[in-house]
Design a protein around this ligand. Structure first.
Ligand code: ADP
Length: 183
């Protein structure tokens, strides 16, 4: 086994699916969104610097996350396998990750794109009602996704790592499809 990246727009279910898959494979689930939300709640230095971006639906500056990812992937439990959820989110982060993984002697095997129609995404995000899920931020996050993160689909396709999965099904069905894919 090796590293797995979850792509997919906000509301695609990547957090839920990454967690289920990490548990069934017994490998670390590393969610940058969760790390940032926890940092904001605990008012750490990272949280203070990230808050305005997260609340506004913008990406936080890359430099806030790069060292953090480097440290996390250097931990003993992440030496062979991990799931990254929410990272990379732009081409610069993807290039950083490629270099980091090579430097650490690791490899990334799958980039999974969860496909969900835009109308379903909006409905799910507004129902979810997380603090950064107001109507305006939801719209902004989807725009940022199209602009910054969607280009990663081609990036990983060119590297032969991309797998698209239909995310417009029940969580159980999506989880089963993912399990089959990585087994
Ligand atoms: P969602 O899956 O709904 O997009 P996440 O929990 O993955 O939510 O991320 C929430 C917020 O955290 C993002 O809107 C963004 O502000 C910030 N964030 C998470 N990951 C990154 C990243 N890799 N680069 C920059 N900002 C990030």
């Amino acid at each position: 086994m090796a590293g797995i990246i979850f792509l997919g727009p906000p509301g695609s279910g990547k957090g839920t699916q990454a967690q289920i898959l990490a548990q069934s494979l017994a490998i670390p689930h590393i969610s940058t969104g969760e790390i940032l939300r926890e940092a904001i709640t605990n008012q750490t230095e990272l949280g203070k610097q990230a808050k305005a971006y997260v609340d506004g639906g913008e990406l936080v500056p890359d430099e806030l996350l790069l060292d953090l990812i480097r440290e996390r992937l250097s931990q003993p439990d992440a030496q062979t396998s991990w799931i990254l959820d929410g990272f990379p989110r732009n081409i610069a982060q993807a290039a950083f990750l490629d270099e980091l993984v090579a430097e650490l002697g690791q490899s990334c095997q799958w980039a999974i794109d969860l496909k969900v129609p835009q109308a379903v995404l909006i409905q799910r995000l507004l129902l979810r009602g997380r603090k950064d899920d107001t109507e305006e931020t939801v719209r902004r996050r989807l725009e940022v996704y199209e602009e910054k993160t969607a280009p990663l689909i081609e990036y990983y396709q060119q590297r032969g790592k991309l797998h698209s999965i239909d995310g417009d099904r029940t969580p159980e069905e999506v989880a089963e499809a993912l399990k089959v894919l990585v087994s």
